[in-house]
Design a protein around this ligand. Structure first.
Ligand SMILES: Cc1ncc(COP(=O)(O)O)c(C=O)c1O
Length: 387
């Protein structure tokens, strides 16, 4: 009998997928389900981007591109770093990938040896550890507290570093917590990791979606930090499967070889469309959406407080609120499933994001409008009253 490779057994399925499937099923049965579980707002790609994609198809621009991406797109990304974040990033350092997911896969191969470990916060984006597993490496998750903005304490980083450690992976703004790192913190992390001769990755996929704190890029701290980004969140282009990684100059050749072999190229149509994303009208549209997300964030924070769900500190970015529900239940997973079945509100239990306190937490994504969020709050209040 044929068998799956051993590593598959160690890949945990995304719990949120099961919740989404059940939510869709309930919806198909005619129930009005409020979706706060998905990492994708109810926006579609800006119209001008859609049109640019349609034009690319009409003009037959559908073949492979250069492995590192269309030169015009790399140039546009480089200009964006200059105009918005005032940092110079040579286009040659930008490798366009199929989503941030492609960038994470590429980085795992580029920077982590078999048997090595990468330090990352618990909680964090669940796929990170699975990308590492693909290269025979492991994530070592370090406990992070809400009271400390879910940041890895600097002392912990030094204490945990040993001969097996390859680097540290952070995200800002982060999923699932919405926390935003300060430039000062990233700089301190970089100083410490540099002493250990390791690498730092900062996943900036939620860049631009910042409501409090600094919207900066880790590239302003050092050209030797690896930075990942994507068109999925700020530009609402999840299904276009397009992202990028910025690598230090000394890593360009290695990253290029991997891009050639892993992907041949990122999707051509998406790349042609994405060039349009950096023009001022599209950026203005993205800003309007950011402001809409800011309003939703306020609505949800206020609503959660009203129904007695404490938030240690308001998350500063992304579109998530990671809420401690341990005052109500000892099992956030069972609580989330019952909330969906009984009140048709879909949320993501913490189990997807970590181990230590995961059973206490639920992630709420403010991916629908304030009116729907208010409805969700009322339903959750009813649910808690009867729990
Ligand atoms: C922190 C983080 N990194 C990476 C990804 C992958 O994004 P994509 O492959 O759509 O660019 C996600 C998706 O939600 C995410 O939350």
């Amino acid at each position: 009998m044929q068998k799956l490779a051993n590593r598959v057994a160690n890949i945990a399925p995304f719990q949120v997928m099961a919740i989404m499937a059940r939510a869709k099923h309930l919806q198909a049965l005619g129930e009005d389900v409020i979706h706060l579980e998905v990492g994708e707002p109810d926006f579609i790609a800006p119209e001008a981007v859609n049109q640019a994609g349609a034009e690319a198809i009409a003009q037959g621009k559908t073949g492979y591109t250069a492995a590192t991406g269309l030169p015009e797109l790399r140039q546009a990304i480089s200009k964006f770093y200059q105009s918005r974040y005032h940092v110079q990033v040579a286009p040659e350092r930008i490798v366009v990938t199929p989503g941030a997911s492609g960038a994470l896969l590429l980085l795992s191969s580029l920077m982590v040896n078999e048997g090595q470990e990468v330090l990352m916060p618990d909680p964090c984006y669940p796929c990170n550890r699975h990308f590492l597993a693909q290269v025979g490496a492991r994530a070592r998750m370090l406990n992070c507290d809400a009271s400390n903005n879910f940041e890895i304490p600097l002392e912990a980083l030094d204490q945990e570093w040993d001969e097996h450690t390859a680097g540290v992976w952070l995200a800002s703004p982060a999923n699932p917590t919405g926390s935003v790192l300060s430039q000062e913190y990233v700089s301190q992390i970089w100083q410490s990791v540099r002493r250990h001769e390791g690498h730092v990755l900062v996943d900036e996929i939620y860049q631009g979606l910042v409501f409090e704190g600094e919207d900066f890029t880790a590239l302003s701290v050092s050209d030797d930090i690896f930075v990942i980004n994507s068109f999925s969140k700020y530009f609402a282009m999840t299904g276009w499967r397009l992202g990028w990684i910025v690598v230090p100059e000394w890593a360009i050749d290695g990253a290029t070889k991997l891009a050639q072999n892993l992907f041949i190229s990122a999707p051509a149509i998406s790349q042609h469309a994405a060039i349009r994303a950096f023009e001022s009208d599209v950026l203005a549209e993205c800003e309007v959406r950011r402001l809409e997300l800011a309003t939703r964030r306020k609505t949800l924070i206020k609503g959660l407080k009203r129904i007695g769900l404490p938030i240690a500190s308001a998350p500063q970015g992304a579109f998530y609120i990671y809420v401690d529900v341990s005052g109500i239940t000892e099992d956030a997973m069972a609580w989330s499933l019952r909330l969906l079945e009984e009140k048709h509100v879909a949320v993501t239990p913490g189990a997807d994001f970590g181990a230590r306190d995961a059973h206490k937490y639920v992630r709420f994504a403010y991916t629908c409008d304030s009116h729907r969020l208010e409805m969700a709050i009322d339903r959750i209040a009813d649910f808690i009253a009867g729990y």
